[in-house]
Design a protein around this ligand. Structure first.
Ligand code: F3S
Length: 237
C-alpha cells in the first residue's frame, strides 16, 4: 500500500491542504497512473495536467517528493511508501496541481525562439554537417515542461531573470549554423537579467527529466557573450 499526500487547492475557498490517498500499486505503475486512478475512482475533483503519457509533451511536470519530475515518467517503485505530490514551485497555483505558466511562456517567447536569417534560405533542404547537428542534439531535446525554471531559486526572488529554460533555448539558436541573429541574441542575454544572473545553483540540472544540462548552455552563452564584447571593443578602436 502506498500513501499519496496530494496538494489540494480550490480557488473557490482559497484553502490549501494535503489530502492522503491510499493505493495498492502494482509494479510498473507511474505516479500519473496513480493520479488518474485517484481521479477516476476516489475523487473526481482532483485536477492536474497531462497529455502524451510518454515524457514528450511536458504537461505533467510536478514536484514529487521534493524534486521536479514528470509524473508519467516516475515509477512509484523508485519512491518510498509515502509519496508527496505538489504543483511546480514558483508559479501561482490555479487549482490543485495545475499552475499558471504565464511567466514561463513570457520568458520563452521574449527570446525569439525561432530561426532568424537575413539572407535567402536555400531552395531545397537546408543541410548541416553531422557536427553542426550534434551541437543541437541536447538543447533540442527540451520538451519545455518548466521543471528547470520552476526549480531555480533565482527566479523565485526575481522573475525578471530569464531562467534556465529560456537561456537554453537562446543557446539552441546561437549554436545553430543556420541562424543569423547571434548579435541580437547575445544582446538579449548579456545583462543582469540574462546569463550573469545565474548563480550556478544546478537545481535546473537536477530537475530536468530529459537529462539536459542548462547550466552548461548558460556557460557556453557566457563565453560567446564575452567573445562578442571583446570583438566589439576591437572594432571601436
Ligand atoms: Fe538557476 Fe540553474 Fe543557474 S538553478 S541559478 S539557472 S544553474
Amino acid at each position: 500500500m502506498t500513501i499519496f499526500g496530494v496538494f489540494r487547492y480550490a480557488p473557490e475557498d482559497g484553502k490549501a491542504r494535503f489530502v492522503d490517498y491510499q493505493l495498492d500499486v502494482p509494479r510498473g505503475t507511474t505516479v500519473l497512473d496513480c493520479l488518474l486512478k485517484i481521479k477516476h475512482e476516489m475523487d473526481g475533483s482532483l485536477s492536474f495536467r497531462y497529455s502524451c503519457r510518454s515524457a514528450i509533451c511536458g504537461s505533467c511536470a510536478m514536484t514529487i517528493d521534493g524534486t521536479n519530475r514528470l509524473a508519467c515518467k516516475t515509477q512509484v517503485s523508485t519512491l518510498g511508501r509515502v509519496v508527496k505530490v505538489e504543483p511546480l514551485t514558483g508559479y501561482p497555483v490555479i487549482k490543485d496541481l495545475i499552475v499558471d505558466m504565464d511567466l514561463f511562456w513570457r520568458q520563452y517567447t521574449s527570446i525569439k525562439p525561432y530561426l532568424i536569417y537575413r539572407s535567402s534560405p536555400p531552395e531545397g533542404e537546408w543541410t548541416q554537417s553531422p557536427e553542426e547537428r550534434r551541437i543541437l542534439e541536447e538543447p533540442s531535446t527540451c520538451i519545455m515542461c518548466g521543471a528547470c525554471s520552476s526549480s531555480c531559486p533565482v527566479i523565485w526572488t526575481d522573475e525578471r531573470y530569464l531562467g534556465p529554460a529560456a537561456l537554453l533555448k537562446v543557446w539552441r539558436f546561437v549554436a545553430d549554423s543556420r541562424d543569423e541573429a547571434e548579435e541580437e541574441r547575445l544582446g538579449m542575454i548579456n545583462n543582469e537579467f540574462g546569463v550573469w544572473r545565474c548563480h550556478t545553483i544546478f537545481r535546473c540540472v537536477d530537475s530536468c527529466p530529459k537529462e539536459i544540462n542548462p547550466t552548461e548552455a548558460i556557460e557556453h552563452l557566457r563565453r560567446a557573450a564575452v567573445r562578442h564584447s571583446i570583438r566589439g571593443l576591437f572594432r571601436r578602436k
